[in-house]
Ligand binder design. Sequence first.
Ligand code: ACO
Ligand code: OAA
Length: 370
Amino acid sequence: MKDQTVIPGLDGVIATETDVSYLDVEQEEIVIKGYDLIELSEKITYIELAHLLFEGTLPNKEEEAKFESALKKEYALPDEFLSIYNNLPKDMNAMDALRTGISALGSFDPLLEDRSTSANREKSLRLLAKIPNIVANSYHKLTGATPVEPREDLPFSSNFLYMITGKVPTALEAEIFDQSLMVYSEHEMPNSTFTARVIASTQADIYGAYTGAVASLKGSLHGGANEAVMYLLLEGKTVDGLETLLFEKLKNKERIMGFGHRVYMKKMDPRATLMKKALKRLAKDRGREDLVEMCQRGEDILREEKGLYPNLDYYAAPVYYLLNIPIPLYTPVFFAARAVGLGAHVIEQHDNNRLYRPRVKYTGPRNLHP
Ligand SMILES: CC(=O)SCCNC(=O)CCNC(=O)[C@H](O)C(C)(C)COP(=O)(O)OP(=O)(O)OC[C@H]1O[C@@H](n2cnc3c(N)ncnc32)[C@H](O)[C@@H]1OP(=O)(O)O
Ligand SMILES: O=C([O-])CC(=O)C(=O)O
């Protein structure tokens, strides 16, 4: 092999062609099937975005109703499904509970081994419908609370928040939660999507691809950061407390969760700007403007001291806090939102597959003998 150049972390490497999405950093645009994600998030609903990612077009009213009704028919989990959590440790991580749930769900799907486009679409829809149920109710089951049955009379995202909190969200809560699902829905080739595509490229099934993606997203350098951000804000308690804490962490050369991004490193993540606006609205409604002030101070410190900017997780965390979502569910909710992007990617991978199998630059010894 001639070229032995190693690109650590595959930084900047073009891994595949895709028509799902693209981060245009120069134009500050997250392109989803030709549309700008931020504009979509301000103008449409998560269900319409899901239709765009699965079917390739924004739906008209009739198509949207049909799509949402098909999803609602798939809300229910198989009978006794939640009993799988009876024999697992009650304090298991919620992402591990989700990973186990998605893995188990695959065995109930009659189309598990069918990789055709239509079967993959059907399975993606089932996953999109059932993952919120697994997220909310594996948590209730493990924490000893009563599972909350999905409600078909509520819109998709209101039902999701309802299953988590047990309360029907207000119009403002529903709107902001729906917007958060949109900004989390798809983001080109993050580690979790790459993981899913690598798994799918062996012709493994879609449930296996999603299961691997959950494992990837759990990590603190990826989705797990939203939970870490909230623990940081709670530890800081006040604007001054957060300032002291951040300077201490920076002095100790610790990474500050919710800042920096492989693609946007020296710019603010456009999704964070949108969630910051949402936070301001929600904080005003709740009389929690102190949370906005804290986040702003943190943002200023990281920019001034490190030239680092917030990523989506930094502003999604306090939004989820004010929506009364338990902190251990922040990353599972992120995954549930990402189910649409993952579906689109796995379908594309199976439809136009080449096995992922890179090479290495070997640095170990040679010519040893036993
Ligand atoms: C929705 C999402 O998943 S967004 C990502 C969520 N993850 C986080 O918020 C975790 C915190 N952020 C990070 O760890 C990083 O910014 C990452 C992992 C997201 C991207 O990192 P990479 O592209 O691999 O860059 P890398 O880790 O090499 O960092 C480059 C430099 O910036 C510094 N840096 C990057 N992010 C941070 C941070 N959050 N806090 C402190 N320093 C940081 C690194 O220490 C490094 O400095 P050095 O060159 O002096 O050693
Ligand atoms: O793009 C990335 O590397 C991580 C990220 O922001 C996401 O998955 O939403």
